[in-house]
Design a protein around this ligand. Sequence first.
Ligand code: SAM
Length: 362
Amino acid sequence: MTLSNQRVDRGFVGPMPALTRRSDEAYTEFMSDTRNALLHAHWKNMMGIGDAAMKAAAQPIAHTKAGVEGARKVIRDNTSIATFLRVKRTCQEIYKQRIIDSYNLRREELERMLDEADTRGPGSVTWDPNFVYPDYATVDIHISPGGYTRSKFSGLLYDYGTSIFYGGANAGDALHARLAKETATPQDGKIRRILDIGCSCGQYTTELKKRFPDAEVIGIDIGAPMVRYAHWRATQNNLDVHFAQMPSEDLEFPDRHFDLVGCHILFHEIPLEVIKKTLAEAHRVLRPGGTFVLWDFATATADNLGYGGFVGLMDASDNGEPYAHNYVHCNVENLMAEAGFSLRARPGPKAQMHDRVCDKAA
Ligand SMILES: C[S@@+](CC[C@H](N)C(=O)[O-])C[C@H]1O[C@@H](n2cnc3c(N)ncnc32)[C@H](O)[C@@H]1O
């Protein structure tokens, strides 16, 4: 065995347990750099080429099997875009499998780590070992082995995996810190209780707690592995945050309970019916005058397809995003209004990923 493959206690990478072998870490770092050099740097250019090729071939953007096959035919002869998409998919497959394989090498130790944290503070976690997942929540979303719900290490995989995905840009939860800082607040300024819906490993949740240290902050997620890891992660930082396994469409909180409800990149990963029920639940659990903040892709409009265009079509099909098209082609602002919210006007142009802020009537 070479030195790089020895299994020794390798500590942490930021808040995350390090991968088991130095070679795993070197490999995933290489994948991160590869993604930065080959994918991030050329993303916009490639998507522009894809859009132009689709237009020239009069191929409509349709999130159906036939639509995806049509798009593949259009780009088959375009070596640069075909290579780009192949590299993107292969990187995603390789680094995720490597991370989960690496953590599995010390399965018992990591399971014990999560078990011990379950009953330790600060904060808390609740989850149900007999929870029955709805089918939509059992897919290998983002081609992550085990998805969010079927591997005990889904939370660890999400944390390490997104650190590679973001190519270093989210070190120290920098992106989530910015979201928390920019999160709009109720007009009357009162914030005692905050809910983060679809919290994953709790990065937005904990950054909200840092911004509002006197508030009670709760993160919910349908995946038990996600909230267990989120809680472990928060205890590492001594943060008094609560996590619970709970579906967003059926929140176990009383009416009028929260002042602020936030939700970051959940909606494009759930079916449309679940989005609608989640909005109704967010409205129910907010107190009069409370605020709901949704962070997600811009939805497609007649003038601007955004993620609903070529980029979204190929990303959804290559990256295991089975519900994204329903979201990008819904008018989420209208759905918010239908749930009873009034939308606040937001300044500036719509970014690819942006916030919608809405209030429950006071
Ligand atoms: C892309 S991640 C969200 C990322 C996270 N909000 C952040 O800021 O990094 C989507 C999460 O939503 C969770 N999820 C999916 N369906 C859900 C539902 N119906 N209710 C609650 N959480 C759900 C998944 O388990 C996953 O952890």
